[in-house]
Design a protein around this ligand. Structure first.
Ligand code: PEP
Ligand code: MG
Length: 506
């Protein structure tokens, strides 16, 4: 880690999709390649049966015939595979047979493998990630980072995205510099890259003199200028940390955070093939409580949806996922899954100070429904004699304009607010946080945002509800003092380095 810049060798993630750089492989070659890959996995994997099932699916005549029929109908091979995948999955899901329904995931995985082979992406690409890599991609999703060994990543460079896209948020929490919205067309695999997050630039094959100049320019430079730091600390605001894993909790607490203002639990769901059970979640939340060493832990219930997809949930594809079944909407639509998470959180709350936080709220009724489920879970734990913390605090994230407008009503039903400026800015400004072309609109201090924040902090003040900020704006030296002045009682920062700098020695 070299501050907000890093150097490393370019490692290009070539999914093929949209890049126009297909491999030129024929369908038969793709079938052969995928078959070889699966056979290798069967030999090496501790769970060979998973890959045997995939191989069986690959060799299934129905899949091959459907793809070939689509090709004879005029489709290009990749489209033929996608159409076959949809058709066969629809077929399996429509049959009242548990076994066939359970094979839907196999169809999806095998078809994705075939598409990767056709488009040229190395299907086991993450396993070949070398150390000290600068990962270069058209676009990266949270599920990509969940599959990567982030210890090997020096920096991320993507063509799409903005400073608040999830890849940037994840990168920051791990101290990995990232530049989004970059021109990646001239980058070749193995090029030495100088990635400067602060200036949003990527230099290809810089000279040693240039590298030394940047190193010396950055030596001892603090991101939080003293004036901003003083303004924040003098306001008496609590400095908390954001985290998506136990490792990240340890890092922010180690850096001096007074607690965790946002534990993003959906990351527990993203990287796995199976949904974590109540017990598995409990074990993680227990470790999270322990890692907080007596400080408060705010557990956000799963914010699945948007760009955070969980394949094993088999959710229908949405045209506008950021405006769709995301966060609390999805949780309320799957009450059994939601209750497993709530029970796990409640059990962990017997071990320390835990708060529940609901994401993507837009109406008071969502909070009322969620609270009813919490009550139901408390009653079932009580009945079974399982320990849990009594009177757990339940708060909401203010990240939709609707929530901001009804902040006074929400305040009557909640114990705290946490403003998610990443989403609030995207929804107030109608500017996709993953779209580099409109990232100029993603200004948390835009006039419209100031109006929204005023409504929220005023309602919080009048109703006596503490309101913090856990979006990336809390980490911005120009914005943090403004948030404190407006009434934020806590700032939850996404980077241990920044927390260390802010809290550092006086
Ligand atoms: C936010 O929207 O500001 C936030 C903190 O949540 P996430 O970035 O996980 O969407
Ligand atoms: Mg959000």
């Amino acid at each position: 880690m070299e501050g907000r810049f890093a150097t490393g060798k370019a490692w290009i993630l070539d999914r093929g999709s949209g890049s126009g750089r297909g491999s030129g492989r024929t369908l038969e070659e793709a079938f052969d390649l995928e078959s070889e890959r699966l056979k290798a996995f069967i030999e090496d994997s501790p769970v060979p049966e998973v890959f045997s099932a995939h191989l069986e699916m690959l060799e299934d005549q129905l899949l091959r015939d459907t793809i070939l029929r689509n090709v004879s109908g005029g489709m290009v091979p990749v489209d033929a595979v996608i159409a076959a995948e949809d058709e066969i999955m629809g077929l399996f899901l429509g049959i009242d047979d548990e076994y066939l329904r359970s094979r839907v995931d196999d169809v999806r995985d095998v078809c994705q493998g075939l598409i990767d082979c056709l488009e040229g992406a190395s299907p086991n690409s993450y396993e070949s990630l070398p150390p000290d890599a600068v990962v270069v991609a058209e676009e990266l999703f949270p599920s990509d980072t969940a599959m990567m060994d982030l210890d090997k990543v020096k920096a991320f460079v993507t063509a799409k995205g903005s400073p608040t896209s999830h890849v940037r948020v994840i990168a920051r929490s791990r101290g990995i510099p990232a530049v989004t919205g970059a021109d990646i067309s001239g980058i070749r695999s193995g090029d030495l890259l100088l990635v400067d997050e602060a200036n949003g630039t990527v230099e290809v094959n810089p000279t040693e003199e240039r590298l030394e100049a940047v190193r010396s320019m950055n030596r001892g430079v603090s991101v939080f200028p003293e004036e901003a730091r003083r303004a924040v600390l003098d306001s008496g605001v609590k400095v908390l940390g954001n985290a998506g894993s136990i490792k990240e909790i340890e890092a922010v607490i180690g850096a001096g955070a007074e607690g965790i203002g946002l534990f993003r639990t959906e990351f527990l769901f993203l990287g796995s093939d199976n949904l974590p059970s109540e017990e598995e979640q409990y074990q993680i939340y227990k470790k999270a409580v322990e890692a907080c060493q007596g400080r408060p832990l705010t557990i956000r219930t799963m914010d699945i949806g948007g760009d955070k997809t969980v394949p094993c949930l088999n959710l229908p594809k949405e045209d506008n996922p950021f405006l769709g079944m995301r966060g609390i909407r999805l949780s309320l639509s799957m009450p059994e899954l939601f209750k497993e998470q709530i029970r796990a959180i409640l059990r962990a709350s017997a071990l320390g100070k835990v708060r529940i936080m609901l994401p993507m709220v837009s109406r008071v009724s969502e909070v009322i429904q969620a609270k009813a489920l919490v009550k139901e879970c408390e009653a079932s734990l009580e009945a079974s004699g399982t320990a849990f913390g009594k009177n757990i605090e339940i708060g909401v994230m203010i990240e939709t304009p609707a929530a901001a407008f009804v902040a006074d009503l929400l305040a009557c039903e909640t114990d705290f607010f946490s403003v998610g400026t990443n989403d609030l800015t995207q929804y107030v400004m109608a500017a996709d946080r993953g779209n580099a072309s409109v990232s100029y609109l993603l200004d948390p201090l835009d006039d419209a945002m100031i109006q929204a924040l005023r409504i929220v902090f005023k309602a919080a003040r009048e109703k006596g509800v503490p309101a913090g900020v856990c979006g990336e704006a809390a980490s911005e030296p120009k914005v943090a003092p403004v948030l404190c002045e407006m009434g934020a009682d806590s700032l939850s920062l996404g980077s241990p380095a920044l927390i260390g700098e802010l809290k550092g020695s006086d």
